[in-house]
Design a protein around this ligand. Structure first.
Ligand code: CU
Length: 462
């Protein structure tokens, strides 16, 4: 899951001397290892081997950065560098990230911890790291030019601060931000309560919401895009590349999500309602929580919700902006609903490879295999046990099952519905006379097309 970083030896003696100016203790022990995340699959939670105990989070399609204790300091090492990230099987993006991945590894620590974070810059331009939501000395806030000099390529800086309050935070550059965020530089930062039983949950998931604009057939995002992104990602993955969130029935579940994209995302979970319990501003008092099934995650904000998983099944979780559950192909398609394919023949002569899809909707695209440019993903895809799911982007499945072991996050496969509990075709009762509803439901596409505004359409109430 993690491999040792050969690149570490590239850190020059001059770089090490630079850190010595910040802290003598750091010099005594050298810079900690900067592990490299090799996989895009969800890695098991990292149970702390030193320091105060806590129940670790699970980073969706990601991993947690190991630390070492140096005296009473908890030390981490982030390396900002170019990375290759598999967005979903069949597509790789060339991004910038930390320690081999975008997003970077999750940092976990405990309220009251003294934390030292080494940041090495292996990018071609300068960077900084801002610790979003954390209360720290002003000079540790990571705003290039304002609170510190930039970290030039090849240099290592040290950040040192004490965790003043628990919660869910983020880290990202505050230098050439438009480019560096568009290239994937971000990570989650979790501060656990000192008392491990405070706000205790059984499963604790975290992911970051972002968006990218990678032209079909290319690998590097357009960094100047402001609104027209074509990849809507959770931890820099899109469906069907986003792992399921596996939950044991009866577990109290927490989902933490931070939004570093350019628009808001109303995240909707099917099944039991939840309560928003925490933001990047802190924990919400229980008296101020309210039940929801969708929570909007604003730009530059964290929302955390919790619920008890009572109902077994495969429950969808997704952004409710329907364009955000689609992938790159197809955002510029024309709408053909209501047209007959034969009406498009003249247009086909002008544009020979035009595919007149979608005259009856676009669901047919969910199962078709059309020729694709290199390195791109179909607009909507994925298969469930009952057929094509016609999804992409910000979509996954919460898989609630009986009797999983506490540390089992492996995909249990499709849910086996109890007999008689799946929606099915109505085949009528013997001797039942045909009803008007049958006729209107069968109105042909041709009839549908001739309905004029103001014309009396057949009633759908029956
Ligand atoms: Cu969205």
């Amino acid at each position: 899951m993690m491999i040792s970083r050969r690149g570490l030896v590239r850190l020059s003696a001059a770089t090490l001397a630079g850190t010595a100016a910040v802290s003598g203790r750091a010099q005594a022990a050298g810079i900690p290892e900067a592990p490299l995340g090799a996989l895009a699959a969800t890695q098991p939670p990292l149970v702390p081997s030193a320091g105060p105990p806590y129940r670790p989070v699970v980073t969706l399609n990601g991993w947690t950065l190991p630390f070492r204790m140096n005296g009473d300091w908890k030390e981490f090492h982030l390396v900002a560098e170019p990375v290759r990230r598999e967005i979903a099987p069949g597509m790789v993006a060339h991004l910038w990230g930390y320690n081999g991945q975008s997003p970077g590894p999750t940092i976990e620590c405990v309220e009251g911890d003294k934390v030292r974070i080494f940041v090495s810059n292996h990018l071609p331009e300068h960077t900084t790291v801002h610790w979003h939501g954390l209360q720290l000395p002003n000079g540790m806030d990571g705003v290039g030019g304002l609170t510190q000099p930039h970290i030039e390529p090849g240099k290592t800086f040290v950040y040192e601060f004490v965790m003043r309050r628990s919660g869910t935070f983020m880290y990202h550059p505050h230098a050439d931000e438009m480019v560096q965020l568009a290239m994937g530089m971000m990570g989650s930062f979790i501060v656990h309560p000192r008392d491990p039983d405070l706000y205790r949950v059984d499963r604790d998931f975290v992911f970051l919401i972002a968006s990218y604009d990678v032209d079909p057939g290319s690998y590097v995002p357009r960094v100047t895009t402001m609104t027209e992104f074509n990849l809507w990602t959770w931890n820099t993955r899109v469906f069907p590349g986003i792992d399921p969130l596996v939950v044991r029935r009866g577990d109290r579940v927490r989902m933490r999500m931070g939004n570093l994209s350019m628009t808001n995302h109303p995240i909707h979970k099917h099944g039991e309602p939840f309560e928003v319990t925490c933001t990047d501003g802190g924990w919400i008092p229980p008296s101020a929580r309210r039940p929801e099934v969708t929570t909007d995650v604003p730009v530059g904000a964290v929302r955390v919700f919790e619920y008890v998983a009572e109902d077994p099944g495969d429950w969808a979780i997704h952004c409710h902006k329907s364009h955000h559950t689609m992938n790159a192909m197809g955002h510029n398609l024309r709408t053909f609903i209501g047209l007959q394919k034969r009406d498009l023949v003249p247009a086909r002569k002008l544009v020979p490879d035009m595919m007149p899809m979608g005259t009856a909707g676009m669901a047919e695209m969910g199962k078709m295999e059309m020729p694709m440019p290199e390195n791109t993903l179909p607009m909507m895809t994925g298969f469930g046990q009952f057929g094509p799911m016609e999804m992409g982007g910000m979509f996954s499945v919460v898989k609630v099952r009986e009797g999983l072991s506490a540390d089992d996050y492996s995909d249990p496969g499709p849910y086996r519905n109890p007999e008689g509990t799946v929606a099915h075709e109505y085949k009528g009762n013997p001797g039942e006379p045909p009803r008007r509803a049958e006729k209107t439901a069968r109105a042909s596409a041709a009839e549908f097309n001739v309905v004029k505004p103001g014309a009396k359409s057949s009633s759908h109430r029956h």
